[in-house]
Design a protein around this ligand. Sequence first.
Ligand SMILES: Nc1ncnc2c1ncn2[C@@H]1O[C@H](COP(=O)(O)OP(=O)(O)OP(=O)(O)O)[C@@H](O)[C@H]1O
Ligand SMILES: [Mg+2]
Length: 304
Amino acid sequence: MAVRAVRKTYASGFVALKGIDLSINRGEIFALLGPNGAGKTTLINIVCGIVRASAGSVEADGHDIVRDYRAARSKIGLVPQELHTDAFESVWATVSFSRGLFGRAPDPAHCERVLRELTLWDRKDAKIMTLSGGMKRRVMIAKALAHEPTILFLDEPTAGVDVELRREMWQLVRRLRDNGVTIILTTHYIEEAEEMADRIGVINKGELIVVEDKALLMRKLGKKQLTLQLQQPLGAVPPELAGHPLELTDNGHALLFTFDAHSRETGIPTLLKRLSELRIDVKDLHSSESSLEDIFVSLVSGRQ
Ligand SMILES: Nc1ncnc2c1ncn2[C@@H]1O[C@H](COP(=O)(O)OP(=O)(O)OP(=O)(O)O)[C@@H](O)[C@H]1O
Ligand SMILES: [Mg+2]
């Protein structure tokens, strides 16, 4: 899927997207992260033909979404952020009807597979309004998969979903990907992106500020920290240590040393030597690595 120079100005005059270029690889899980109002849903809705771009173009599985709308749309499944289902319909009717909307011939075996995969099969005759929130969300996924799309958009798939169900959804998304479906998801749970995504895009105020392989992003922007628990508390970082990236924490009971996760010289041996020369005794030490969440926060807050 390719998004080229897409801009969106809403009728209110608000510029929600300021020129987005993005290529999604076939069969990858791509996580789109960004604060509230960044433009994630706008971008998804443009690709799905719900919102019209003000400029630029989008191709889905080789089809232009405007010139070749029907073909493009038939390749795409969307689980929208706002759940709206036909409350009085049964699960089965909703899912099989959705397939028909895309001009696909009925295929009860496919619909059954999808419902079983989402553990909804035994609720297939239930009216949607009688289901729990998590089940409704799964019905929306089933509905989006009914016409066998090759690209699936999940806009906040696990918002308001309990931990166990979230893990189940992650497994399901992986299985879909293993079956060749390209997945694009948005989430506010950064650990979800950390767990699932092959690549990460960060969007802020209508601009894509980073697109990167997840592992590479974490290696590039990640920092490591070494916490040195002190035998005796200090009132301040001694001036002799001024040249080291140190911070006093834990009411003077610990020194926090930040270093580059990927540099060859960490500076730790020199630091330990200096500490021992200054007779600062270290009781304990442990290191930690910054999470995707730390990286995300620093990326987004740097551009406010
Ligand atoms: N129909 C509309 N008319 C005017 N402005 C809109 C419209 N829809 C969205 N916006 C504005 O565009 C911006 C981007 O909204 P969008 O829904 O794409 O954000 P988002 O990244 O999905 O946020 P969230 O994380 O809260 O879902 C917001 O400032 C929003 O208020
Ligand atoms: Mg949104």
